[in-house]
Write a protein that binds this ligand. Structure first.
Ligand code: PHE
Ligand code: CA
Ligand code: ZN
Ligand code: ZN
Ligand code: ZN
Length: 284
């Protein structure tokens, strides 16, 4: 699988930070900061050759669309999905939460398009609206799936806060078959990932899990406190939050640990290739 450039991921984060700065300091759903974030991601995907659509959320508190991008190829009844919420809270620019997951997925999508390998599964990316109002965009998306479409989705991988400055290495449903490639990648770096207990039911994977779709994902932690044991194996500071700028004005580009961001991005690419890329050339 390709090595994703963390510098390219950081460049997307810088753009999202600028968008927030120019629009009252945030990217909340229903604001210009959100629609400009969506326009930024969408333009890159369109230029790369994705089939992109916006879905208006019929059950969301604020206006602001989901963005769905399909990469051509692979069987339509065997779909792997990767998603991240693109919206933030009104308190700040939302760079770790969740510019990080949004930018990791965008860069992975662009690399997939560049490499254009033979696909064994169809890959779909999603950037969700209204997560901060209660997983609204992803819930709406799942509610609109017909039973055939729903059963075609063999796995949903979620990325919410993957650049936390005092990082942990958490995986949703860490011991599931769906998590195996995500875990294998972090195991290969001797990271000893743990279950994402803090994030249980709190991000868009819950919308898919409720519909019976297998889910996984990475997270580097929110406002919960790093333990001594975790600091011993992962570094960072015990007794402090994984992200002390969670839902705050200080969630800027300074609020990102580039190491965990890179390890997340590379693990996404590893998982995408492992689940969905076939016998075509797989560059290293
Ligand atoms: N879904 C939460 C949010 O966007 C983030 C979160 C993730 C919180 C994991 C806790 C654990 O605010
Ligand atoms: Ca990398
Ligand atoms: Zn949040
Ligand atoms: Zn979040
Ligand atoms: Zn790397």
């Amino acid at each position: 699988a390709p090595d994703i450039s963390v510098a390219n991921v950081q460049a997307h984060l810088a753009q999202l930070n600028t968008i927030a700065s120019q629009n009252g300091g945030n990217r909340r759903t229903g604001t210009a900061g959100y629609s400009q974030s969506l326009a930024y991601v969408k333009a890159k995907l369109v230029a790369a050759g994705y089939q992109v659509s916006e879905q208006t959320c019929g059950s969301c508190t604020y206006g602001g669309n989901n963005l769905i991008a399909d990469w051509q190829g692979g069987p339509a009844d065997q779909v792997t999905m990767f998603g991240a919420h693109l919206d933030g809270v009104s308190a700040g620019p939302g760079i770790n939460d969740n510019g990080s997951g949004s930018s990791v997925l965008l860069e992975t999508a662009l690399v997939l398009a560049q490499q254009n390998p033979t696909m064994t599964r169809h890959v779909r990316f999603a950037w969700w609206t209204g997560e901060e109002q209660g997983l609204q965009g992803s819930q709406y998306y799942v509610s609109q799936l017909g039973s055939t479409q729903r059963s075609a989705i063999k796995g949903y991988y979620n990325f919410d806060m993957v650049g936390s400055p005092n990082a942990g290495y958490f995986i949703n449903n860490v011991n599931s078959a769906t998590s195996a490639p995500m875990k294998a990648y972090w195991d290969s770096l001797n990271l000893q990932p743990e279950e994402n207990v803090e994030g249980q039911g709190r991000s868009d994977d819950a919308s898919f899990q409720s519909a019976g779709i297998p889910t996984s994902g990475y997270a580097a932690g929110a406002s919960a406190t790093k333990t001594a044991n975790q600091a011993a194996k992962w570094g960072g500071t015990a007794g402090r939050a994984y992200d002390s700028c969670y839902h705050s004005a200080c969630d800027t580009t300074s609020n990102i640990n580039a190491t965990v961001l890179d390890r997340s991005a590379d693990g996404v690419a590893y998982t995408l290739w492992k689940t969905s890329v076939g016998s075509g050339p797989v560059p290293s």
